[in-house]
Write a protein that binds this ligand. Structure first.
Ligand SMILES: Cc1ncc(COP(=O)(O)OP(=O)(O)O)c(N)n1
Ligand SMILES: Cc1ncsc1CCOP(=O)(O)O
Ligand SMILES: [Mg+2]
Length: 222
């Protein structure tokens, strides 16, 4: 993947969710997040890829177009077939998804691939060796969108920052009040679902996250 795209892993990383974004408002909310300053947008739809193929293809295709329009990076969660179908530039995978080595064989270097590492620096080291373009840690706080996600200490992010020369993404229960601490600990991007899309005013919510990168606040003292 070109170095240029790696640099794109920075700022607000908004992630879609069918609960907060039913079809009637899906694209409007996604566009509002981009207007508010989201630099990365992930299509995360946990519906059945076979049964819901047509809707997923339609929504992902539309998001890809929107991201091009706004100069944001479009990421597909979990699904390499959907990446191919809409020619997405990026894919995010976790422990239950296709292995990175297999994906690199299938897609080559051009696809941007992000990998979930949860609380594990070892997983992150492995992912870097296997050619990940970014690694994600979390959940750092209680997540309304994935309540069962195990919690991760901020120290993991500090250690990763000190050791790894790769973009770091933080996820899980991130709000405009706790996001500054994650940026201070070394996160290049904040991945957010409910903090952006549960809001009645998605554009304004996204903007409040985006400005955290220029003016971080609520940073705890060591
Ligand atoms: C940016 C980002 N980080 C982490 C995840 C979680 O991925 P995963 O563990 O595969 O879980 P699901 O999202 O697939 O439920 C993510 N999607 N994006
Ligand atoms: C997909 C995922 N992985 C860990 S937490 C999470 C959901 C994040 O959503 P929210 O920003 O609403 O906590
Ligand atoms: Mg996954």
């Amino acid at each position: 993947m070109p170095v240029k795209t790696r640099k794109a892993i920075a700022g607000l990383y908004a992630i879609t969710d069918s609960h907060w974004m039913p079809e009637a408002v899906f694209l409007d909310k996604a566009e509002a997040a981009l207007r508010g300053g989201a630099r990365i947008l992930q299509y995360r739809d946990k519906g059945d890829p076979w049964q819901e193929h047509a809707r997923r293809r339609r929504q992902a295709g539309a998001l890809r177009e929107l991201c091009t329009q706004y100069g944001a990076l479009f990421v597909v969660n979990d699904d390499p077939d959907l990446v191919r179908a809409v020619q997405a530039p990026a894919l995010h995978v976790g422990a239950e998804d296709a292995p990175l080595a297999e994906l690199r064989q299938a897609f080559g270097r051009d696809l941007c691939i992000g990998v979930s590492c949860y609380a594990s620096l070892d997983k992150a080291r492995e992912a870097v060796k296997a050619g990940a373009d970014y690694v994600a840690f979390g959940a750092f706080f209680a997540s309304p969108s994935k309540p069962q996600a195990p919690r991760v200490d901020l120290q993991v992010l500090r250690k990763a920052r000190a050791e790894l020369n790769i973009p770091l993404v933080a996820i899980g229960g991130i709000t405009e009040d706790n996001g500054g601490a994650l940026i201070a600990a070394g996160a290049d991007a904040l991945a957010v679902i409910s903090g952006v899309f549960a809001s009645e005013q998605v554009e304004a919510a996204a903007r409040r996250f985006a400005v955290l990168f220029d003016h971080p606040r609520n940073i705890p003292k060591e």
